[in-house]
Design a protein around this ligand. Structure first.
Ligand SMILES: [Zn+2]
Length: 385
C-alpha cells in the first residue's frame, strides 16, 4: 500500500546539493507538511506515494532555495544613497547618521517587505540579517514565508533603536525571547563589529548567544584598514582579541573575513564558525579579496551573501555566486579554483551550515524543510517551447 503525502513534485531534474552532489535526471520529491519525506527517481517514488497535489515540474531544475548568508534587508530603502566611497566614510559619514535620523519600525517593515520580494525573485528562500528594530524584520519575513536568522544589532554608538549599548543588548534579549522556537525565524544577537563594539560588548553578546543557544552574527575583518585599527588598539589580531572575549563560545556567523591569516582561519575552523563571503560589496568598497578557497579547503562553512543593498546595490544571489567563483580564480591566478558546483554549494548547503541551520535547510534531503526553487535558469538556458 502506498503512503500518503501532501505534494509530489514530478518530472524534475532534482539537484539535492547534498555532500555527494547527488542529482536525479528523472527526479521526484515528496513533501508532507513543511518537510521533505522522500527524494529520488520518479518511477520508484510514484509507486511508494500517493499525493493530494501533484506538481509537474516540466523537466525544470528543482533545487534547494538559495541562502543569502549576510544582508541588512531594510537597507534596500537606502540603495544608491551614497556610492563610490571608502567604507569608513560611507558607514560613519553617511549610513549611520542617515539611519539614526530616518530608520523607524515602519521603515524597517517596508524595507524588509521589499527586500523579501527582491530575494524571492532571485531564488532566495532564507537569509541572515543584521539590523535595527529586528522584531519588525521578523514579522515582515515570516509574513513573506521566508526562513531567516535575524540578528538584533548591538553597538557602542547611539543607534536608531537604542540610545546606548545596554539598551540594545536588552532589546536583543527581548527579541530572542519573543522569537525563539518560531518555525521560520531563528533570532540571534548581532554585535556590529570589533571596531564598533568594545570588549565588554562582545563578551556580553557572546554570553547572551550562549545562554539561549542562538547564533551570533558579526562583521569581521572587513578591510585592511579595520584590521590594522583593531590590531593597533588591542595589540593583537581581531581573532585573538575575539577569543579573549570568548566570542567563539557562541555559534558565530562572521561576515567578510577578508584580511585573515592562516592562524585565524584555524581558529574559525576550531570553533566551527560560519563565514559569509560578500563578493559585490567587497568589490564596491574595494575592501580586498577574501581567501575563499583557502577557507573552504580548511573545512570552514563559507556561505555567500549580498550584504545590504546600499553596498551592492542589489540582492541578486545568482550574480553573487558567479562573482564568488570568478573572483576566487583571479585572486589565486588559478582558473580551477572554486568550481561552479562549489560556488553553488556555498549558496545552499555551506550557507545553511554557516548560519548554523544546516539541520533545517540547504539541501534536498529527507527530514529537511521543503525550501525549494524551480528553474531559476537564465533565459539562454531555457528550452524552446
Ligand atoms: Zn554587512
Amino acid at each position: 500500500m502506498s503512503e500518503s503525502v501532501d505534494t509530489l513534485f514530478i518530472n524534475a531534474i532534482v539537484l539535492t546539493m547534498d555532500e555527494k552532489f547527488t542529482y536525479y535526471e528523472h527526479g521526484c520529491l515528496a513533501v508532507r507538511d513543511d518537510s521533505i519525506v522522500a527524494v529520488g527517481e520518479e518511477a520508484s517514488l510514484k509507486e511508494q506515494f500517493t499525493a493530494n497535489e501533484v506538481v509537474d515540474c516540466q523537466g525544470k531544475v528543482l533545487m534547494p532555495g538559495l541562502i543569502n548568508a549576510h544582508t541588512h534587508a531594510a537597507m534596500v530603502l537606502l540603495r544608491g544613497l551614497a556610492d563610490d566611497l571608502r567604507l569608513d566614510v560611507w558607514l560613519m559619514g553617511y549610513m549611520m547618521p542617515v539611519e539614526r535620523e530616518f530608520v523607524s519600525p515602519e521603515f524597517v517593515r517596508l524595507g524588509t517587505q521589499l527586500a523579501c520580494a527582491e530575494m524571492i525573485h532571485s531564488g532566495v528562500t532564507c537569509f541572515a540579517d543584521m539590523y535595527y528594530f529586528e522584531e519588525h524584520v521578523a514579522r515582515a519575513t515570516a509574513e513573506a514565508g521566508m526562513r531567516a536568522v535575524l540578528g538584533q544589532t548591538v553597538l557602542k554608538f547611539p543607534s536608531p533603536d537604542a540610545a546606548y549599548y545596554e539598551e540594545s543588548l536588552a532589546a536583543a534579549r527581548q527579541f530572542i525571547l519573543g522569537w525563539k522556537g518560531h518555525h521560520l525565524i531563528v533570532p540571534s544577537v548581532a554585535p556590529h563589529a570589533p571596531y564598533t563594539c568594545p570588549p565588554e560588548i562582545l563578551k556580553a553578546c557572546s554570553e547572551l548567544a550562549v545562554e539561549f543557544d542562538v547564533p551570533l552574527h558579526i562583521h569581521i575583518s572587513e578591510t585592511a584598514r579595520k584590521w590594522k585599527t583593531c590590531a593597533t588598539k588591542t595589540g593583537c589580531p581581531w581573532c585573538r582579541m575575539s577569543k579573549k572575549q570568548r566570542l567563539f563560545e557562541a555559534k558565530v556567523l562572521a561576515a567578510h573575513c577578508v584580511h585573515i591569516d592562516d592562524g585565524e582561519i584555524k581558529t574559525l575552523v576550531n570553533h566551527k564558525a560560519g563565514v559569509a563571503h560578500n563578493p559585490s560589496s567587497k568589490l564596491k568598497l574595494a575592501s580586498g579579496f577574501a581567501p575563499v578557497s583557502k577557507m573552504i579547503n580548511a573545512g570552514l562553512n563559507v556561505g555567500i551573501g549580498t550584504d545590504g543593498a546600499a553596498s551592492n546595490n542589489d540582492l541578486d544571489m545568482f550574480e553573487e555566486i558567479r562573482l564568488a567563483a570568478f573572483i576566487a580564480k583571479v585572486h589565486t591566478n588559478d582558473p580551477t579554483v572554486l568550481p561552479a558546483q562549489t560556488a553553488l554549494a556555498m549558496a545552499t548547503r555551506l550557507g545553511a551550515k554557516a548560519l548554523h541551520i544546516g539541520h533545517l535547510t540547504g539541501t534536498l534531503e529527507v527530514g529537511k524543510r521543503a525550501d525549494l526553487i524551480l528553474d531559476s535558469s537564465p533565459p539562454w538556458m531555457k528550452q524552446p517551447c
